[in-house]
Design a protein around this ligand. Sequence first.
Ligand code: GAR
Length: 218
Amino acid sequence: MAKLRVGILISGRGSNMAALIKAAQAADYPAEIACVISNKADAGGLRIAADAGIPTTVISHRAYPDRESFDREVSAALEKHGVGLVVLAGFLRIFSSWFPEHWAGRLINIHPSLLPSFKGLHVQQQAIDAGVRVSGCTVHFVIPDLDAGPIIAQAAVPVLQDDTEDTLTARILRQEHRLYPEVVRWFGEGRVSASGNGAKVAVEGLPPGGTLLFSGEL
Ligand code: GAR
């Protein structure tokens, strides 16, 4: 069966992208990384992707007069590579509503909190400040509202009394690297579907609770 062609959008170091590239190197992984696009020329992840032989493109948002014209250029690049699923991996640019509408159901993001708690930036610090005992990461469909799309899967980690933004960020990131390749696998296997009004996402053939990973790792 043809593999799902995945386009990854990054803005920075690309550790989630690297985890996806590594997963996709397995012969039986049902997705392949078709291209990596960055809005920043100095994103560290570009080198990692190029070293893995993946086509990379830089599209600087600064070169476009408004969000939608940038979004359309990114979209054209993804379409040129025959992408069927767009994966945001530390892509820190806000889209116009055109982009998520155009890619509806084929556009996902990973966010380092248990949504709907802690949206926006510095969410690990937000979790520490709120005194929560559990945080984690969420993979969700992207819709025009920021960090608000239907949840596909989550991974949970403990928040410790003496955590700093750095220690919690690192603990969550280790789970991001487990969760994201797993979710992209489900897409590659055609098992992800939204039910009802699109707010509830189901993944076929998983045991109960299969879209939640727990990690007790400190
Ligand atoms: C990750 O922690 C990701 O969850 C977060 O940026 C980091 C990117 O790291 N994304 C967001 O905060 C999106 N709202 P990476 O470049 O090493 O994958």
